[in-house]
Design a protein around this ligand. Sequence first.
Ligand SMILES: Cc1cc2nc3c(=O)[nH]c(=O)nc-3n(C[C@H](O)[C@H](O)[C@H](O)COP(=O)(O)O)c2cc1C
Length: 187
Amino acid sequence: MQLEQLIKNRRSITNYDTSKNISFEEIQALLDIAVWVPNHKMTQPWRFILIDGETKKQLGELHGKTGAKAAATPEEKEKKAEALKNKITEVPLWIAVVVEEHPQMKFREEDYASASMVIQNFSLLAWEKGIGTIWKTNALLENLEARELLQIQPGERNIALLQVGYIGKEPKAKRRIPASDRITILK
Ligand SMILES: Cc1cc2nc3c(=O)[nH]c(=O)nc-3n(C[C@H](O)[C@H](O)[C@H](O)COP(=O)(O)O)c2cc1C
């Protein structure tokens, strides 16, 4: 696919074709390419946690337990917890993108910017292979039990929970404001 088409066609995907299995090896190969981003001081502060199987199930249960806390009745609580759990377990693969938190803000921001580029690279590379992604920033990012389950260390920040799976249904593209409407030329 031409780069322009790839960039424009990529959508955030939440509907997956589960008849095909995601291979860890393929994901690892895509991530190996995705990390070729600009990176000030070459800090390369990221790591990637691939979440499947029993860990995904436990993450789902945690999502259910925490998200359903405020339900009015025990029945509602159970129903909500089950729905929230399924939101996690029905995704073929999750990737937590974890970035070391530099004590200085300048470096933290630079590292976050570079890691975001890695995520975009990965999303485009995956799209080319028929694999969809969506970047999720839900409550699990900062949940202490989730951090423990995912073995995220003190001083590390989970910046993204990426859902990954073969593309099922593609949503319609949301309109982009042309950059040309937002360009100021100063001569
Ligand atoms: C930093 C970041 C965080 C996001 N967090 C969420 C999220 O928590 N939930 C969600 O549904 N989408 C999330 N998205 C995806 C956006 O909603 C999506 O990219 C946007 O609607 C445009 O759709 P498209 O990616 O299909 O073009 C996030 C995207 C970014 C870049």
